[in-house]
Design a protein around this ligand. Structure first.
Ligand code: NAD
Ligand code: LMR
Length: 336
């Protein structure tokens, strides 16, 4: 690209950059997987003091990889320097759960980080900074961040349920033996936890004969209502059991998908799942960070309206909302 039309670099913060997800994520960002192949980036990496030397090692590797889009690297253990002027903040820093734990078991360690980092983001990030919280419990960390950074527009704070969404696409593609990119419009409702509700009532597959309903093609309602749902709800735990570590490459890749669709827009007729602040749509309590189907245009997400919700779905959507309200009070009791 001639310099005259080259885009100005976008500053992307990754917290917890030394960790598993961070290490997978920063090269993806530097290769354009998050913001596109013609968008230069400056990557800000934050980690904690004990990881400072390793952080410097990751910086060296980013330089060594000679990424054409990478216009600078800030590697720091100082939250203010990390947040300074960032346009996108991907909050991965925190502690992952281990085998046998629920995501809310990491609550007390992680929510206090999000309370502290909220004010730094509020004060030092670019005014229109878009925030994605990945660290668990993701919805509740995002809620804490939103409540302790009241000057950041509510619409700019989101959490990652795209991994669950992608997992649902993957399971349907395996079951029907179709390509994953031909499956669309699954929905993850609610919490990024074992109460989430993966819903395929509106999902479709592109075939040579046009769009077909996933429900009709699967033809086994029992599987869709039982094994399919629990597979997605438990996928994080299943990966931890297999790897002895929580998911990393899929989490990093889904974080790129989340930001890319948010910034660049969702394809026509396609929605994705994002954890966002509820506006009361579908009877979900306003202000709760809840995963909804959304479309994105010009850097803004909107909740898909008017989907028919049957009794089975209603019950599951309410159960995951209830868990989020309980998590919220647990988070506040940890912070006090
Ligand atoms: P990890 O332990 O490998 O890395 C976490 C990093 O965060 C470490 O380098 C640690 O030093 C750093 N860190 C801790 N406190 C920090 C702070 N205050 N500021 C900055 N950095 C800090 O963990 P991981 O496997 O990369 O997972 C990171 C988080 O993401 C975990 O909470 C995990 O449960 C969560 N996760 C979420 C999803 C999702 O879909 N939402 C998917 C996978 C993992
Ligand atoms: C995942 O879904 O893989 C992550 O949230 C990690 C976990 O604790 O399950």
């Amino acid at each position: 690209i001639p310099p005259s039309i080259a885009k100005a670099p976008v500053r992307v913060l990754v917290t917890g950059a030394v960790g598993q997800i961070g290490y997978a994520l920063v090269p993806m960002i530097a290769r354009g997987a998050m913001l596109g192949p013609d968008q230069p980036v400056i990557i800000h990496m934050l980690d904690i003091e004990p990881a400072a030397e390793a952080l410097n090692g990751v910086k060296m590797e980013l330089i060594d990889a000679a990424f054409p889009l990478l216009k600078g690297v800030v590697a720091t253990t100082d939250i203010v320097e990390a947040c300074n002027g960032v346009n996108i903040a991907v909050m991965v820093g925190g502690f992952p759960r281990k085998e046998g734990m629920e995501r809310k078991d990491v609550m007390s360690r992680n929510v206090s980080i999000y309370k502290a980092q909220a004010s730094a983001l509020e004060q030092y990030a670019a005014q229109d900074c878009k925030v994605l919280v990945v660290a668990n419990p993701a919805n509740t960390n995002a809620l804490v961040l939103k409540e302790f950074a009241p000057s950041i527009p509510e619409k700019n704070i989101t959490c990652l349920t795209r991994l669950d969404h992608n997992r649902a696409l993957g399971q349907i593609s395996e079951r029907l033996n179709v390509h994953v990119s031909d499956v669309k419009n699954v929905i993850i409702w609610g919490n990024h936890s074992s109460t989430q509700y993966p819903d395929v009532n509106h999902a479709t597959v592109s075939t040579s004969a046009g769009q077909k309903s996933v429900k009709e093609l699967v033809g086994d309602d029992k599987w869709l209502k039982t094994e399919f749902i629990t597979t997605i709800q438990q996928r994080g735990a299943t990966i931890i059991k297999a790897r002895k570590l929580s998911s990393a490459l899929s989490a990093a890749s889904s974080a790129c998908d989340h930001i890319r669709d948010w910034v660049i827009g969702t394809p026509k007729g396609t929605w994705v799942s994002m954890g966002v602040s509820s506006d009361g749509s579908y009877g979900i309590p306003p202000g709760l960070m809840y995963s909804f189907p959304v479309t994105c245009e010009k850097g803004e997400w909107s909740i898909v309206q008017g989907l028919k919700i049957d009794e089975f779905s209603r019950e599951k959507m309410d159960a995951t909302a209830k868990e989020l309200m309980e998590e919220k009070s647990l988070a506040y009791s940890c912070l006090n």
